[in-house]
Design a protein around this ligand. Structure first.
Ligand code: AMP
Ligand code: ZN
Length: 467
């Protein structure tokens, strides 16, 4: 029986979807103002394991992940560079997809962008104004927390002593508010050149929280099954999403809230603002493989902190190479017909433990331990010819099942980084200068095989990825 630790109720609960056989889930995706770091990728991989395991259990999954492509940081950077928001964010969106592809994540079914859903956000704000859950002040619109007595039910923060003007901590907006806890739904323009949209309640731009209420309900309905994100989002982001959505619809917004713990580095949360981060590219350039990075990020259950170290990752490279080697040896083994009962029961036990682990709030470390136990037993059997052809077939199928969730057994045909492509192009140019055309053609073929098309122009070599 699949169970999740639900932040909303604080309990481990059996998962029951709203519609039999279907799961509708939402994940708060990246703010595309910069490259993602591996902490962000840990959250993506946690959600990837979740969606893959739900599919493994036979559910049809609709997974939505938003792209936050307007916020104060994006506006500031775009203004400084004299670019439009779209031009500024495009390379980061592209890089984000490359990163999640490289670490073997399936793409969500729908990836809506905030700037494409301003009308939906405005419609919710109008409803909240009409029902007095919101008020206008100085051209901005705020959510009136006092109108939603359940505020705090997700984060369990007690706001009782938090009266108007009393809290510095949550009071980050500049304008006049009735209560320090109130948060902006819509911000009046305050800088020359910043993006603005027109709405019935005035010209401005949306606050951050409203985008997730608007896009999740548009794509998944007013009540849906699972909402996830990192722990940093419980308060205020998800608390505010609940207040906005339930204030507007009068219905329960989400049934299960799942929050992933942070990736830490030297005991501190990895983050852009602290500067203590690695991007995926940083790690690949140091020689690490995406499969090992994926394994490292999923091997600790999502609700536990994971301390990231390069030494730890070096050890994991060996573990993953061992799994891939096991997979290759198992497929290539020459076996006699029949089956070995010991192998059959080892396989059945491993499958049971794998499912028991993942059923228990996605306990990946228990599930991986069962995989490792099995590989040890099978390796021993392979060494003393104890494996028969039926076992081999069943075990290969079992590895395929394990890998439908973990996706670490086969060395992935990974995409190439821009820097790797450029290095090969430079080598090819160098070969041509040496008139070593055989080598130049070989490099071109190698790139073609990896989906990179070269075009020789008068201004040099251009390349693009085959669509
Ligand atoms: P952001 O791009 O900051 O909006 O974050 C995108 C996602 O990454 C959110 O779900 C965050 O909760 C998550 N996140 C940010 N930092 C970390 C970290 N150090 N470890 C795990 N997840 C993180
Ligand atoms: Zn969100």
């Amino acid at each position: 029986m699949l169970k999740f630790q639900n932040t909303l109720t604080g309990r481990l609960e059996e998962f029951r979807p709203i519609t039999e056989g279907e799961v509708r889930m939402y994940y708060c995706g990246p703010t595309v103002w910069n490259l993602a770091h591996v902490g962000n990728l840990r959250s993506n991989i946690f959600v990837d394991v979740l969606r893959r395991y739900l599919k493994y259990k036979g559910y049809r999954v609709t997974h939505v992940m938003n792209l936050t492509d307007v916020d104060d940081r994006i506006i500031k950077q775009a203004l400084e560079r004299g670019q439009s928001i779209d031009d500024y964010t495009a390379p980061y969106i592209e890089a984000f997809w490359q990163d999640v592809d490289l670490v073997g994540c399936e793409r969500p079914e729908i990836a809506p962008r905030a700037t494409h859903h301003i009308a939906e956000m405005a419609a919710i704000i109008e409803k909240l104004l009409a029902t007095r859950h919101a008020y206008a002040s100085d051209g901005s619109v705020y959510y009136r927390i006092a109108s939603f007595p359940e505020y705090g039910k997700l984060s369990k923060i007690n706001f009782a002593g938090n009266i108007a003007g009393a809290s510095e901590r949550v009071d980050t907006d500049k304008y006049e508010k009735e209560d320090a806890r109130d948060f902006a739904l819509w911000k009046a323009p305050d800088q020359e050149g910043e993006p603005v949209w027109d709405a019935s309640f005035g010209r401005g731009r949306p606050g951050w929280h409203i985008e997730c209420s608007a896009m999740s309900m548009k794509c998944l309905g007013e009540t849906f099954d699972i909402h996830c994100g990192g722990v940093d989002l419980v308060f205020p982001h998800h608390e505010n999403e609940i207040a906005q959505s339930e204030g507007a619809t009068g219905k329960q917004f989400v049934n299960y809230w799942l929050h992933g713990e942070h990736l830490k580095i030297d005991g501190e949360t990895m983050s852009k603002s602290k500067g203590n981060y690695y991007t995926l590219r940083d790690l690949i350039e140091r020689g690490f493989t995406p499969a090992a990075i994926r394994y490292a990020l999923l091997s600790v259950p999502y609700r536990k902190q994971l301390n990231f170290t390069l030494d730890g990752l070096r050890g994991i490279e060996k573990t993953v190479a061992g799994l891939q080697d096991f997979n290759a040896r198992l497929s290539e083994a020459r076996t006699e017909p029949g089956s070995n009962p010991a192998m059959r029961s080892a396989a059945a036990r491993a499958l049971e433990e794998f499912e028991a682990g993942l059923d228990d709030d996605l306990n990946t470390s228990v599930a991986l331990a069962s995989v490792h136990n099995l590989t040890r037993e099978v390796n021993t059997a392979l060494a003393c010819e104890g494996l028969r052809s039926d076992d081999q077939r069943d075990l290969l199928e079992l590895v395929r099942l394990f890998d439908s969730v973990f996706n670490v057994f086969s060395p992935p045909q990974r995409g190439m980084l821009d820097t790797e492509i450029q290095a090969l192009i430079d080598d090819r140019q160098e070969a041509r200068r040496r008139r070593d055309f055989a080598r130049a053609d070989q490099i071109r073929d190698q790139l073609t095989e990896r989906g990179i098309v070269l075009e020789d122009t008068r201004d040099g070599v251009r390349w693009k990825r085959k669509a």
